[in-house]
Design a protein around this ligand. Sequence first.
Ligand SMILES: Cc1cc2nc3c(=O)[nH]c(=O)nc-3n(C[C@H](O)[C@H](O)[C@H](O)COP(=O)(O)OP(=O)(O)OC[C@H]3O[C@@H](n4cnc5c(N)ncnc54)[C@H](O)[C@@H]3O)c2cc1C
Length: 369
Amino acid sequence: MTDVLILGGGPAGLAAAIALRQKDIECLVVEALEPAIDKGCAEGLMPDALASLRKLGLDITEEHGHRFRGIRFNNFAHRVHADFPNGIGIGVRRTKLHGLIAGRAREVGVPVLWNSRAKLLDSRSALINGRKISFRYLVGADGQASGIRKWAGLGEVKRESVRFGFRRHYNIAPWSEYVEVHWGPPGQVYLTPVAADSVCVVFITRNPKLAQGDFLAAFPSVAAKLQGIPTMTQLRAGISANRKLRRVANRSVALIGDASGSPDAITGEGLAVSFRQAVSLANAIEHGDLELYARAHQKIGRLPHAMSWLLLSMDRWPQMQGRAIKTLSSHPDYFQQLLSVHVGAESLHRFAMRQGLRIGWGFLGASLY
Ligand SMILES: Cc1cc2nc3c(=O)[nH]c(=O)nc-3n(C[C@H](O)[C@H](O)[C@H](O)COP(=O)(O)OP(=O)(O)OC[C@H]3O[C@@H](n4cnc5c(N)ncnc54)[C@H](O)[C@@H]3O)c2cc1C
């Protein structure tokens, strides 16, 4: 018997378990793989993600990875960067991050069954490693292709688009204090410093046939930087979904993390969103009302989905992308404000009222300036 059964021991499932234990609620995590679990991820934690982790009692510092001070956008003709207004970001190898979150879960007394699977018998019981376990709530933290989502009848999608990510690490000292995002016709390349001797390189595209070798040719400045540099990891693929569900909870089942929908990876906010959801979910379970979670989930996703929409529009329409980066590079203060909104340091509404029209006009290519 446990209060909450959590299926999936990735960052979202473990964060939910930690948040529950912080409220003295019993839970059990069942994870199909062995730790530490890797994933095709750009491995950037922005200041808001670090702040959310601190609420869960986990302080990620430079000793765990490599700092970055903001974001830089590049295309063939222009570049622009901005610093975070609310602290630094840290690039952390995904396996390391998973190990740290799992360690924190252990510290607060979360039982985790690794390398295990659950067979759901009904909405209150499951068979796990041959033993019947009863629970009051079931949490689906089983990632993008969530089986729980389908099982619980929560699979109805409001909006969805899918892109494909490829990740690999290069044995090179980070040359930039920023996470660099290089925009090109086939998609984007993201360069995140993750250690004194390694940079995480992720390519995201709408075309799944483009693999690592092919895409570098489309980003000559990145290709030149990485020419002859040894790789440290195998190529790992991942799905980046921009997905909104109609419902993320019913009376006794809740979805969290990528299982509950996600903003596109372009936002770099997937982990931060999961950590915020974890705290809200624990609060809702404490009050015995998953409707509270459903409402909080919607609120948490509003800004990342708005930013996702904006950035994916740039991805979809190369002309708009060129104009947008040109506009931002000639007005770096606009990029600074956009980044402040993105990391939650400024309100989207206030920003839209003050600058939205001018920037929108610039993105569309009118000659306001
Ligand atoms: C290319 C790419 C780049 C990204 N870059 C960033 C970034 O820089 N910063 C950021 O914040 N986010 C980034 N993200 C998003 C981030 O990786 C995800 O939002 C995050 O991994 C979500 O965590 P999760 O626990 O919900 O899912 P997952 O990490 O997918 O974990 C789900 C877990 O559930 C387990 N599981 C599945 N089925 C079962 C089952 N039946 N029983 C038991 N266990 C099961 C899996 O083994 C897995 O461990 C990126 C995503 C992609 C694709």
